[in-house]
Design a protein around this ligand. Sequence first.
Ligand code: KIV
Ligand code: NA
Length: 264
Amino acid sequence: GRRVTVRDIAAAKERHEKWPMLTAYDALTARIFDEAGIPVLLVGDSAAMVVYGYDSTIPVTVDDLIPLTAAVVRGSKRAMVVADLPFGSYQTGVPEALSAATRFLKETGAHAVKLEGGRRILPQVEAMVAAGIPVMGHLGLTPQSVNAFGGYRVQGRGQDGDELMADAKALQAAGAFSVVLECVPEDLAARVTASLAIPTIGIGGGNQTDAQVLVWQDMAGLTPRTAKFVKRFADMNTLLSEAARSYADEVVSGVYPAPEHTYR
Ligand code: KIV
Ligand code: NA
C-alpha cells in the first residue's frame, strides 16, 4: 500500500468524510496508530512537553524534533507524516522557514510541515508551497504565542473570529492544504469549515470540522491533567502505573523472573 497524500485529504472533504489525526513521537506508537488506520500522523512540537518535559512548546528545536520525526516515518507505512515547525524556525523570515522545512523533508522523510499563524506568515507559506512542500496551517490557540496570549485560553471570540476567518482564507489562497483550528468556539469552527475548500482539523473546535486531532498521550489518558476538549479513550496512566508497581513488587519478592523467563 501507498501513503495517504494531499490528494486523498482533499478528496475526503469532497465526500464529506471525517477523519482522525493523532500525534506520534516514536516508531512503536506510529506503527500502532498507522495499523489502526489513522491516516495522518503529526509529530507535534507538543513533544516539548510530552517527550522533553518542558512546560511550553517554546524551547523545542528543529534538532530536537528531527530524530522523532524520522522515527515516526520509519514506524509507519500508510500514514501521511506531518512535521511541526518549532518556535523560532520560521517566524524570522522566508529563507529560515524554507531551510527548516526542507531539513524536515530531506532528513526525516516527512511529507508535509505545519506552522502556526495566518497572514503574518503568508510569505513563508507561499515560498514553501512554491518549493513543493505541502503546508498545514494552524490558527486559534497557537501555543507558540502563549506569551502574547497571556496563557492558554479560547481564541476567536467576537471580532477576533473575523480575523481568524480572514487568516484561514489567506492560508487557503496561499496554497495550504489544510488548517488546524485549536480551542475556538464551535460556531466559528463550523463557519470556517463551510467557507473553505481545504479541510479544517479541529482540536477543541467542536464537532463540525472536517477532521479532529489530539495529542496521543491525552487521548489515551497518559497525561495526568487535560483540557476540557480532551476525551480520554483509555486510562493508560493507571495501566502503566499498575504495571510498574507489579513489576517492582515481583522483583522485590523474587516472583519475577519465573522459570519460563529463564534460560537453561
Ligand atoms: O503540537 C501539537 O501536538 C499540535 C496539535 C495539538 C495540533 O500542534
Ligand atoms: Na504544535
